[in-house]
Design a protein around this ligand. Sequence first.
Ligand code: MG
Length: 241
Amino acid sequence: MTRNTFHPTWPQLSGLQTRNGNELIAGTVYCVGRNFSEHACEMNSPIPKEPLIFTKPIGSLLVGEEAIVQLPAQSNDVHHEVEWVVALDKGGKNIPKNEAWDYVAGWGVGIDLTARDLQSAAKKAGKPWAVSKGFDGFGPVSRFAPKPTSFFPMHLEDYELELTVNGQTRQQDKLSSMLFTLPELVHYLSTLFTLRPGDILFTGTPAGVSQVQAGDQCRAVLTSNTGELESHLNVKITVVK
Ligand code: MG
């Protein structure tokens, strides 16, 4: 096992700024599980009655249009989960749903990489999912696009997520298929935790998750009907030799 001594920095959310015009630095990475009913079905899991929340360690986060992710030696079954990823530039507790959009700085598209074998074993044993979701690079996200001032009301049926592996579509759905909307998620999270500027939310994945292999090229895209606000992310999967 290679021992690394270095001083990693806290990731900057490229494309976004604080309300004072400074760099926006990543905070907590929150994630939502089973937020698309067809994905819950494909996992043979019940549709949640309230948001299913977990977190990823900060080392999982990579920000930029190109990323390289190494498959961890501890897993033989890593899956892609394409997701709409939202960043906050304002913090608070008990945020009302009707004010939640005011806390959003912008968004991008990301992949919640998941060691499915480790997650399944953890579920069976009643253990946390943290390891299966948290390896270095398991949360690559595109550059963030600032929230436009002109998009309200936001029509989520106009926005579509797509993930291809080596050019073949594996996942595709509209953001309007989400079970819990972004305001509902921000509100719910803020009733549990104090949210901070730089906090990030992976909002859940559509159906079609599947295994990635070393050498695969994954491309995640978020598009809108208008052709504006597109986000792109290319992830090369590699293995430690
Ligand atoms: Mg996910």
